[in-house]
Design a protein around this ligand. Structure first.
Ligand SMILES: Cc1cc2nc3c(=O)[nH]c(=O)nc-3n(C[C@H](O)[C@H](O)[C@H](O)COP(=O)(O)OP(=O)(O)OC[C@H]3O[C@@H](n4cnc5c(N)ncnc54)[C@H](O)[C@@H]3O)c2cc1C
Ligand code: SF4
Length: 515
């Protein structure tokens, strides 16, 4: 067994949380070790091949999890340097200001965060600069106040999407340009790093032009001699001192052997599900149910949003290449006729027959998947699910992940779906467009854990939360958790920018602590 090797800080996981934190701490000169279970995504043509990526799931983990009934789950998640940001659609939203307070939903209460939007605002601004967000502040009627404009102009709509945006505006909505982390310079196509392709959402970027955590954070952090990355380094367990107050050892499976590392500060950032699993797996005499589990919240309150893809099919085709530019938040907090939050709709990347085949949607009579894909507008609908203690991550007796989840708060989502259908039916379409005739809906199954969050929540009361406001475990002096776990409630916009902003916030706290 290798000798224990000591660092100032060890960060476990290199995704939106861990990768960003490494970037933030890198210039401090402190000894920082990044432990990442995956490798770099290989750069190869398959990165942009929908058959390899969507149909064959080439880059997805082959790990098997289990649902509450003991059925196997094949999670749609990715273990690589950069974490799931290598595959994300780079829609980088701030939570709404109101999301930080308590919100009454039709299905229950979305609890308040222990910090306010104003506490997070400076970090959202930093996050948008770091991840090169392209957007237009104030277009979205629910946009929270911001101290700076978006650093880059919005990504333009292609003609079909612009027509839809105009139609929505005519119907009284306020459609907006989705804030996106892609390095597209529309004023200088020759020099632009991003080439505006149709394989962005769900794919790694072959030309490193997506603002993912590897490209914008981990690679620059590694230019500092004090930062080290070990790939294929799976952290299987954390051990503590006999008092149970400090993590003293990290047990790592690497190159077929077991290695040990230690640090003054240990940060777990393995994604919401794996972070909870690691703490649960690290039970010992002082922490019999797992680390930081005194309040019994570790693993609980799992949220993943109520998500759906809806294809709206018409006879006219949709030749859009990069579809993810348009969003609508008019129903986010509800309407006069239904005063409860419904959520958000925007787009997924443009589908093709391979992508549709992977989700096996209902086939419209006389249409092939290829024809459907050529004619579809491919909407993404997100509504908030509420933190239920029994929606949770546990381990089975083999130490494997069990994800128990009952969807909740569905009424708002159903109403959002109906609103969208009705809008499309009534859209005053331009010449060449006909009103939408068919809708093919597809709820995202349990294995679709893209928006996982909430399993190790932060709060001001150690009786009901595992982490304090700095994301330090109440029960351990040197253990922090960043990444999607800390959310006490999830809003209804994509989570990554909030995870990134929070990592920068925790980074400031750690820099102060490290001196
Ligand atoms: C297809 C797809 C599209 C998405 N689109 C968007 C979008 O448009 N906008 C948005 O906001 N969000 C999007 N998301 C979600 C977004 O990617 C996540 O919210 C975000 O990456 C979560 O950050 P994280 O740090 O919590 O976890 P991750 O980014 O998943 O990083 C966790 C890291 O920890 C590593 N790890 C796990 N366990 C261990 C262990 N035991 N030892 C060592 N390393 C470990 C993993 O390999 C991984 O690298 C998308 C996700 C997917 C999959
Ligand atoms: S080139 Fe641009 S659109 Fe294509 S994957 Fe890369 S960032 Fe996305």
């Amino acid at each position: 067994m290798a000798q224990a090797t000591h660092y100032d800080v060890i960060i476990i996981g290199t995704g939106a949380g861990g990768g960003t934190l490494a970037y933030k701490l890198a210039a401090s000169g402190k000894g920082i070790l990044l432990l990442e279970r995956g490798d770099y995504v290989p750069r190869e043509k398959d990165n942009w091949d929908t058959k390899a990526v969507n149909l064959k799931g080439k880059y997805q983990t082959k790990e098997v999890w289990w649902d509450k009934d003991g059925k196997p789950l094949h999670p749609h998640t990715n273990y690589y340097v950069g974490g799931n940001t290598k595959f994300y659609g780079a829609a980088l939203f701030r939570l709404r200001k109101e999301d930080f307070g308590e919100i009454k939903h039709y299905g229950g209460i979305s609890p308040a965060w222990p910090i306010s939007y104003e506490d997070m605002e400076p970090y959202y601004t930093q996050a948008e600069h770091l991840y090169q967000v392209h957007g237009l502040r104030g277009e979205d009627p629910t946009d929270p106040p911001a101290s700076a404009p978006c650093p880059y102009p919005p990504i333009s709509h292609e003609p079909r999407i612009q027509q839809l945006s105009d139609d929505f505006a005519r119907l009284g909505l306020k459609p907006f340009h989705v804030p996106l982390g892609v390095m597209l310079d529309e004023t200088n196509q020759q020099k632009s790093r991003c080439i505006r392709c149709d394989t962005c959402d769900g794919h790694p970027c072959l030309v490193d032009a997506k603002s993912d955590a590897q490209v914008v954070c981990v690679d620059p952090a590694l230019e500092h001699p004090n930062v080290t990355l070990l790939t294929n380094a799976y952290v299987s367990r954390l051990e503590t001192s006999t008092s149970g107050r400090e993590v003293t050892k990290l047990i790592v499976q690497r190159n077929g052997g077991t290695e040990e590392y230690s640090a003054n500060i240990v940060v777990v950032s393995c994604g919401a599900i794996n972070s909870a699993a690691l703490l649960l797996r690290s039970s010992n005499e002082k922490h019999p149910r797992g680390l930081a589990t005194g309040s019994d919240v570790v693993g609980r309150h799992y949220m993943g949003h109520v998500n759906a893809v809806m294809l709206a099919l018409s006879r006219c085709d949709n030749p859009t290449v990069f579809q993810k530019t348009l969003g609508v938040n008019d129903f986010y907090f509800g309407t006069k006729d239904w005063p409860y939050p419904m959520g958000h709709f925007s787009f997924v990347g443009k589908t093709d027959a391979n992508t549709l085949a992977s989700g096996a949607p209902a086939i419209v009579p006389n249409w092939t998947l290829d024809l459907m894909a050529k004619h579809s507008l491919d909407f993404w609908l997100t509504s908030e699910d509420l933190p239920e203690p029994n929606n949770r991550v546990t381990l089975n007796r083999n130490g494997e992940i069990v994800l128990s989840y009952e969807p909740n708060n569905l009424e708002g989502h159903l109403r959002l779906t109906e609103k969208l259908k009705s809008l499309l039916k009534h859209a005053d379409c331009h010449e060449g467009l006909i009103p939408m005739n068919f809708f093919v809906g597809q709820g995202i199954p349990l294995a679709g854990v893209a928006h996982q969050n909430g399993t190790i929540r932060f709060g001001r009361d150690p009786k009901s939360s595992a982490l304090d406001v700095n994301c330090k475990a109440y029960e351990l002096d040197n253990l922090y958790v960043v990444g999607g776990s800390f959310f006490p409630s999830s809003g209804a916009v994509n989570p990554a920018l909030t995870i990134i902003a929070n990592a920068l916030r925790v980074g400031d706290h750690l820099l102060e602590r490290l001196g």
